[in-house]
Ligand binder design. Structure first.
Ligand SMILES: [Zn+2]
Length: 370
């Protein structure tokens, strides 16, 4: 079984081609009025309509949002060769750190700053024709004998907002490398990652997760307080919406929701260069609330790559409601990855993140929900 990570590695390398199903034109254009794409995307989220059909009486829409970012914090022993941090050192680090298979090109955006009270340098590079944009921030901590590298990354080809690179910069500025206190004026950074084992801490937004990056090449005998890497990933990177409506006088029952979910099983979606099919869709709970049926559950997207299947698990909220003679069905979902690059990491969005996605992003953009 090709691991889920191949999905991301593949996109990392060939993710330039954002191939979206051509929109169906002409008689089906009305379908896009069912959702306010500008409202949905107002926080810079890169939503795309990947399929639409129908008219105001009966139709369906599929939308997908994807962004890609990674924040690493590396620390290495502060040997003689690392005593001073210069822009030249930072450039060399960026160009060589991940090895010859990651051939970065410097952009010339570079400079100096202060991190955790230490002089620091930053340099920027891109890779794979600008697909990924990376900034290294490098500083030395003489108090603990370590050199730190904040390794900040976004995938530009997938439309990841530059704000996510800036946010990683802000995360780096919160690093406590020798027990000092830092103050960063950013209301998003409400979660503290603190490691007594590695004698460091930093702050992230609530929906990011941090864990060790156990590279056997870098750490054959394990990480130590003077040699290690942490990676921090966003849990809400992949989002998918299905919206459908038709004339119907059927009662809003869990059976009707099951029926609507089952229809998705027969509807492959094209995402970048992949055809994804829903499998194992399961409604775990459904209840009537204010005349609307609200459910939740899980499913997986499966795709064939090179004759092998890989899967992306999702969690969803589903809604059935009436609007005059029409019945509407909405599924709002987010990927709930359990590993990345074959390293276990529970990236399931929190219930709060799912609630916020549904209540603050999706429902206000659905015309018929009002
Ligand atoms: Zn320090």
């Amino acid at each position: 079984m090709l691991k889920i990570s191949a999905w991301f590695i593949g996109l990392f390398i060939v993710g330039m081609g954002v191939l979206v199903c051509p929109l169906i034109q002409g008689e089906n254009q009305d379908a896009s009025n069912a959702i306010d794409l500008a409202r949905l995307s107002r926080q810079g989220e890169n939503w795309k309509i990947i399929d639409q059909k129908g008219n105001p009486q009966e139709g369906a829409l599929s939308l997908h949002h994807s962004k890609w970012l990674m924040y690493f914090l590396h620390w290495r022993p502060l040997g003689e060769e690392r005593r001073e941090v210069s822009l030249e050192d930072a450039r060399k680090l960026l160009l060589s750190f991940w090895g010859p298979n990651m051939p970065f090109t410097l952009t010339g955006n570079e400079g100096q700053l202060t991190v955790a009270g230490h002089p620091a340098c930053f340099v920027e590079g891109t890779i794979y024709n600008g697909t990924v944009r990376t900034i290294f921030i490098v500083w030395n901590c003489p108090q603990t004998g370590r050199q730190f590298i904040a390794d900040t990354n976004i995938n530009q080809a997938r439309g990841t907002p530059i704000a996510y690179l800036d946010l990683q910069h802000q995360i780096a500025l919160t690093t406590c490398c020798h027990g000092q206190t830092t103050s960063v004026d950013n209301a998003l950074l409400i979660q503290e990652f603190k490691s007594d084992k590695f004698n460091l801490s930093f702050r992230t937004p609530a929906d990011w997760r941090t864990r060790e990056f156990p590279s056997p090449k870098w750490f054959p005998t394990g990480m130590t307080p003077t040699n290690g890497t942490l990676w921090t990933l966003l849990t809400t990177s992949e989002k998918h919406i299905e919206l459908a409506w038709r004339q119907s006088d059927q009662a809003l029952t869990p059976e009707l929701m099951e029926f609507s979910l089952d229809k998705l099983r027969q509807k492959p979606i094209q995402l970048e260069r992949l055809i994804l099919n829903i499998k194992e869709i399961r409604l775990e709970e459904a209840r009537l609330e204010g005349g609307r049926l609200i459910g939740s559950g899980v499913y997986k997207y499966a795709a064939q790559v090179g004759g092998k299947e890989f899967e992306i698990p999702y969690i969803f909220r589903a809604f059935l409601w009436k609007d005059g003679p029409r019945t509407h069905f909405l599924l709002a979902s987010m990927a709930a990855l359990k590993e990345m690059w074959q390293i276990p990491n529970d990236l399931t969005p929190s219930p709060e993140a799912m609630d916020s996605f549904v209540r603050n992003e999706v429902l206000p953009a659905v015309a018929a929900w009002k």
